[in-house]
Design a binder for this molecule. Structure first.
Ligand SMILES: Cc1cc2nc3c(=O)[nH]c(=O)nc-3n(C[C@H](O)[C@H](O)[C@H](O)COP(=O)(O)O)c2cc1C
Length: 341
């Protein structure tokens, strides 16, 4: 008998443009496995410009299926506190500070991972915000902006503050999503911080998860993003420690149909709807044999009826679930982009 290990705490990663309230609710209804989700970031704006639109995706009555933690991107303490208070007023006990966003327009303004090379600025920000907010703060970060050791200068100062937890995606911003997560550096971080640490990065299968969990026994919380979009059964499989799911194709199709219907109600115009769904297929296609070719076909559709016809043909005809990724053809896997491997 295997020892009775506590089920891991699993968190849906924020993926801006994908994991909004519609997706989170629909996902939770069809697959489960996640304990909570971190919502994609809301950027700070000057207090007099903050409107309901900024927090629409976070309205509690639209987030009934999965507990969520809102995330804020910004570096101005005053604006951060104003937005965070609004979120605490909405009933959220915690908010997350984004120190990971790798995109140049963000980092060059010293936001997201752009702040990682500047410990003094991080220190000043935390010393101003933490006493001014009525709830807990967590942080989601990369190893650095330019080099993976930038984090080592930050951890001692983060330890001085009463944070809820720190999620680490062990890549630099410069890497974006290329290469592999730097597990040695992640391990080094664990040795230097007392806060609870959440691991995040490239979790795509049960065996691989087990290897990570065995290497990092101190970690009890795991955040999964692209791996859950590419194989939506993965969180429940990891949670249960086994893949007992039958009828994956039918279950996935039911989820897809509902997701499509909900976005059809929500989004304005056929072009917008089609582009949104095409974005999802970049990930969804990974679940299928020959998925990358199907994704290319989908991306070559330019009108909604053509898109619908292509997807219907796929489901009616040759859609075949790849099954457990780890048992797939290694040659095919090697050709795939990271979320599909
Ligand atoms: C399209 C996309 C959007 C993202 N949006 C956010 C975001 O709003 N906030 C954030 O902290 N991270 C964001 N991320 C990073 C993910 O949360 C996560 O850290 C990253 O994808 C690595 O985890 P994974 O390998 O499990 O996907 C985004 C990533 C992608 C690919």
């Amino acid at each position: 008998m295997t020892p009775d290990r506590q089920a891991p705490r699993l968190i849906l990663a924020p993926l801006k443009g994908f994991t909004d309230a519609v997706f989170r609710n629909t996902f939770a209804e069809h697959f489960g496995g996640f304990d909570s989700a971190m919502a994609p970031f809301v950027a700070t704006v000057a207090a007099d410009r903050l409107t309901d639109k900024h927090v629409r995706d976070l309205l509690p009555h639209q987030n009934t299926r999965m507990p969520i933690e809102p995330q804020i991107l910004g570096n101005a303490a005053e604006d951060f506190v104003f937005l965070a208070r609004r979120l605490f007023d909405m009933g959220y006990p915690d908010v997350n500070w984004n120190l990971g966003c790798p995109f140049r327009p963000v980092t060059k303004k010293r936001r997201g991972s752009g702040l990682l090379p500047f410990p003094e600025q991080v220190d000043e920000f935390l010393s101003k915000t933490l006493p001014a907010i009525p709830g807990r703060l967590s942080i989601k970060m990369r190893l650095g902006r330019n080099t993976p050791d930038e984090i080592l200068r930050l951890l001692p100062l983060l330890d001085r503050y009463p944070l809820k937890e720190i999620t680490i995606h062990p890549r630099t911003a410069r890497q974006m999503y290329a290469g592999l997560p730097d597990l040695d550096m992640f391990q080094a971080c664990l040795g230097q911080i007392r806060h609870r640490v959440v691991y995040n990065g490239d979790i795509t299968g049960l065996e691989q998860f087990r290897t990570l969990a065995a290497r990092f026994p101190r970690v009890d919380s795991w955040m999964i993003g692209r791996g859950a979009l590419s194989n939506p059964f993965l969180p429940a499989i990891i949670k249960n420690g086994r893949d007992g799911v039958v009828g994956k194709l039918e279950k996935f199709k039911a989820f897809y149909d509902e997701l499509f219907a909900r976005y059809q109600e929500r989004l304005c115009g056929p072009g917008h709807l089609m582009n949104h769904m095409k974005g999802f297929w970049t990930y969804f296609a990974c679940a299928f044999k020959g998925g990358p070719d199907f994704a290319k076909r989908i991306h070559r559709t330019f009108k909604l009826p053509q898109y619908l016809e292509t997807v219907q043909c796929f489901f009616r005809g040759n859609a075949e679930w790849r099954g457990n990724d780890e048992k797939g053809d290694p040659e095919e896997r090697a050709r795939l982009s990271p979320p599909c491997r």
